[in-house]
Ligand binder design. Sequence first.
Ligand code: TXA
Ligand code: MG
Length: 352
Amino acid sequence: MTTKLIHIANPASVQDQELFGAAQIIREGGLVAFPTETVYGLGANALDEEAARKIYAAKGRPSDNPLIAHISSYKELEPLVERIPETGRKLAECYWPGPLTMVFPKSGIVPYGTTGGLDTVAVRMPSDPVASRLIALAGVPVAAPSANLSGRPSPTTARHVWQDMNGRIDMILDGGAVGIGVESTIVDVSGEVPTLLRPGAITVEMLHETVGRIEIDPAIQGPPAEGLRPKAPGMKYRHYAPRAEMTLVEGEGSAVVAAINRLVRKDEAQGRKVGIICTDETRDQYPQGLLRSVGIRAQEETIAHNLFAVLREFDDLAVDVIYSESFSQDHLGRAVMNRLMKAAGYKCLKVL
Ligand code: TXA
Ligand code: MG
């Protein structure tokens, strides 16, 4: 299959005629990758089971891992769900359009092929103008997982999508680099107490302020334990994984730097190619290793923004080992640490 690459001239004020082709592909059951404010998505008609199957095939994704249905206005939610709980309505009012996905009991029109066999459906209304306009022009809800091959870090630029999806999908819309850089927050509002299934840019602190009590799915806090199944099926896979063996080093700042330097010296002496994920604050403290700053510690949104690009870069550089500094779990830090922990397969070294 030949993959068309369409460059959007000015993503902030995208013209409808730039999206007509893409909208038609989606209506006709094809696959289009498009930017959102979180990461690039791989879109297809969410109501078409055959189109959903194509997404799983293109990504090499297990078909029990459900897809998020993307909408462009609140009124498009109603037909997809059996009911809209009060918490869901409140959260939509506060955070839609934006980087929040909510899980509702699904209606009859949403095929099990989209929900991975579940009786619930995840719905998100993105704020990115290209995403929003594309969904509106397609005239159908758009199922869209992140547009990476299964197991690779989520794509934050069209080039990342091209690396993974060229030849496997119909079209890629290039709207430049995304803003946030980590996937949306997922909250299950189908039960009595809203439950966080995946941390993202809508933080626990924000959710708490909006709805009061919020539970956190224990399965997202640590390594998958025996008998503990994450409620978001996708959270059980070793996602965001770089090809190298990665270790997250936790502890007080200067101790972390010293420990990483020791490990790098040892690995390099044994002929290994080593990558280090550091920050602008510490970048001049590592004499050895391939160094990439992930951003500015004091501005956590820069860390979220660069994280997946740095992991991909280390893949491209074919490093054998990665050591990463760690971050506080407050606010957006929770999402950053969640992705880092998963990338490291929960391999974590605590230093004093
Ligand atoms: O930011 C995002 O959410 C991006 C952009 C493209 O919108 N999409 C994204 O999709 O990250 P994906 O497929 O890579 O991750 C979706 C996650 C998976 O962990 C999946 O298991 C979970 O959402 N999920 C989807 N439907 C669900 C449901 N009905 N119940 C529980 N979890 C669900
Ligand atoms: Mg994904």
